[in-house]
Design a protein around this ligand. Sequence first.
Ligand code: PHE
Length: 340
Amino acid sequence: MIQDDIRTLEADACARIGAAATLEQLEAIRVEALGRKGVLAQISKEMGKLAPEERAQAGKLLNAAKQLLEEAFERRKREFDESRLAARLDAEWLDLTLPAPGPRPGSLHPITQIQMEIEDLFVSLGFMVLDGPEVETEYHNFDALNIPRDHPARDAQDTFWLTDGNLLRTHTSPVQVRGMERFRPPLRMIAPGRVFRNESVDASHEHTFYQIEGMMIDHDVSVAHLLYFMKTLLREVFRRDVSLRLRPGFFPFVEPGFELDVQCFICGGAGCPVCKQSGWVEQLGCGLVNPNVLRTSGIDPEQWSGFAFGLGLTRLVMMRYGVEDIRLLQSGDLRFLRQF
Ligand code: PHE
């Protein structure tokens, strides 16, 4: 009996609609039951063979089944839509009472960080922090520092000369002279700053880099004082105990003058690429202030003596963080800077 087929089909489809686990399953069931080639369409085709009064009755039943199933599909589909929406609301839930995240905070450049650490250290040791101009006179950069007229450092190949006879300072040492002009001894000062040299740029040379200068003038200042302060400085910067070595070094403004090396802490002195297999890394220039320099600035070398040192901050940062290319430090590249 066709009426029985319709009722069975209706009950069966209803049960499957209720059991559909996904929208895709539901759609497949709908196509199978209500689609153009679906089961209901098949039955409707077969009804042509029925006697007229039987056909009218079966037709009614079929239409009712069709309507009932369509409603059941709609209801089930709405349930899916609602639970999908609920899941989305759950995932995208926002607490609108939270404070806004705000702008991304900036950070200090590694050179600034190391400069501030060294400043804090020396201030705690009774030193003043002085500043000097980046455009210097020839007098402060060279003459007053006992650097003779024919010294190669004065060559245009090393120095950026300006057309008015001034220059971009090639080191922070002219701030020693400015310090002695402004303050009478005893004197303890440091001077961090930017310096310039007319160099071709490569992985280890820059035309612009940072130094920190230091000077102490008092009665009977000796190499022992110098060594104490250098050891304190380098231990602080590298946050570990350091072994130092002094080699003779020539700077016209100190006598005796030294190059100070630190035992390589990458290899512990055994030799590695960082120390070029020597076990030592050159760190800074220093020495006892040349009496001529004191005299030029009106300080009596019979009464006073001092030490001075000049240290490359850029180099220090490269050693501390293992930066292999000096050009990164002034590149302004945020991918580099965000690491500090
Ligand atoms: N001014 C020297 C340089 O730039 C470093 C230095 C400073 C050496 C003070 C001795 C004393 O190389």
